[in-house]
Ligand binder design. Structure first.
Ligand SMILES: Cc1cc2nc3c(=O)[nH]c(=O)nc-3n(C[C@H](O)[C@H](O)[C@H](O)COP(=O)(O)OP(=O)(O)OC[C@H]3O[C@@H](n4cnc5c(N)ncnc54)[C@H](O)[C@@H]3O)c2cc1C
Length: 325
């Protein structure tokens, strides 16, 4: 039977397929409800008949996002099946506005799949950002880290399998699996809250591993609701709010007569003047960053990497300790 629901060809193309993330993780768009037209439909109701006519979906979607009129975008829903290392899940779960159902390690046997960073992402501690990494680590450190991880994981996996063999309860047997172990969940969230998640998690300040998941999801959003995605990039992701002091400083440099912007001849604002306007040295650095022209990010999915549900299920099944099903 043909559906009466609105569907989007670009979303249908990826529905139920599995996009690989990291070494054993994935994101799959399991289902979606609505697209940009659902945002428009809801917004027109809230405007009320005859009060305002916005003829183009794109113009309306952009207007709504620019002015933070966000409830219409709560009308669009996404459901994902995701697998991620437990340490990523722990960051992800902080986003409270989603519905989550995680694989129960009390009930199910855990696939013994562990995340191993590749050499490019194995880095030393950043000195400027206490929550970040910087610079490549020496090859020998990477090599030894791999050996140590292997030995720890083998030991944790052996203990887990042995306890299952001894009929120890699964909820106890799993307690020493490391946070590199992959877990899985179904994750359902509306477009508004998903875009908030993406703004925080594609950000370079988020841990690289969760960024990878967020980038894959952003590529999926682009397929389901391309106009909302575009408006999010323009008005949220690549937008930078100006503080009062920043506006004071910038207004000394630019004339705004005749609805145009003209550079004031020879105008300049010195460091001292910025300080007087109330900007700390850090804020000055941030202002300089804010006015750099941004590049348009590219979250397009490489569809040649997509895997089938059967293929992914087989990998998970093979990684479960055998003989205890
Ligand atoms: C780079 C980075 C570093 C981080 N470091 C740490 C860390 O060191 N330690 C740590 O504990 N966390 C850390 N976090 C997690 C962070 O503090 C947030 O918990 C997480 O990003 C979720 O954000 P959120 O609350 O806006 O999102 P959601 O939970 O999705 O909520 C969305 C919005 O809904 C509203 N909302 C939801 N629930 C409530 C509520 N109960 N009360 C009021 N408003 C609510 C808020 O407006 C919120 O912004 C970090 C996050 C990032 C991105």
């Amino acid at each position: 039977m043909e559906t009466k629901r609105s569907t989007v060809p670009a979303a249908e193309e990826i529905l139920g397929l599995y996009y690989p993330v990291l070494d054993h993780g994935f994101v799959s768009l399991v289902d979606y409800m609505g697209s940009d037209d659902a945002v428009e439909q809801a917004a027109r109701v809230s405007y009320g008949a005859g009060t305002r006519k916005v003829s183009q979906t794109r113009g309306l979607v952009r207007y709504l996002r620019r002015h933070r009129h966000t409830t219409p975008s709560e009308m669009v829903e996404f459901k994902f099946h995701c697998a991620m290392p437990m340490f990523v899940a722990r960051q992800w779960i902080r986003h409270r506005t989603a519905s989550v159902n995680e694989l129960s390690a009390r009930y199910s046997l855990m696939p013994l799949l562990f995340y191993t960073p590749d050499p490019q992402h194995f880095a030393l501690q950043s000195t400027s950002n206490k929550q970040g990494r910087a610079g490549g680590a020496p090859d020998e450190v990477y090599k030894e880290a791999i050996e140590r991880w292997q030995s720890l994981r083998e030991s944790a996996g052996d203990a887990y399998s042995w306890m299952l063999e001894e009929d120890v309860a699964r909820e106890i047997a799993r307690i020493d699996l490391p946070v590199s172990t992959y877990t899985q969940w179904y994750w359902k969230i509306d477009l508004h809250n998903l875009l908030h998640f993406l703004s925080l998690r594609v950000d370079p300040r988020a841990q690289w591993e969760i960024q990878e998941f967020a980038r894959a999801i952003a590529g999926m959003v682009k397929r389901v609701a391309p106009l909302s995605y575009e408006a999010w990039v323009d008005y949220d992701l690549e937008s930078r709010p100006l503080t009062r002091a920043e506006r004071v400083v910038l207004s000394r440099l630019v004339d705004t007569a005749d609805e145009g912007l003209t550079a004031k001849d020879g105008a300049a604002v010195s460091k001292d003047e910025m300080k007087e306007a109330g900007l700390s040295p850090r804020e000055v650095r941030e202002l300089v960053e804010k006015i750099q022209a941004p590049e348009r990010p590219d979250f397009d999915l490489d569809l040649s990497r997509m895997r089938s549900a059967e293929d992914v299920a087989a990998e998970m099944y093979e990684a479960v300790p055998s003989d205890f099903d």
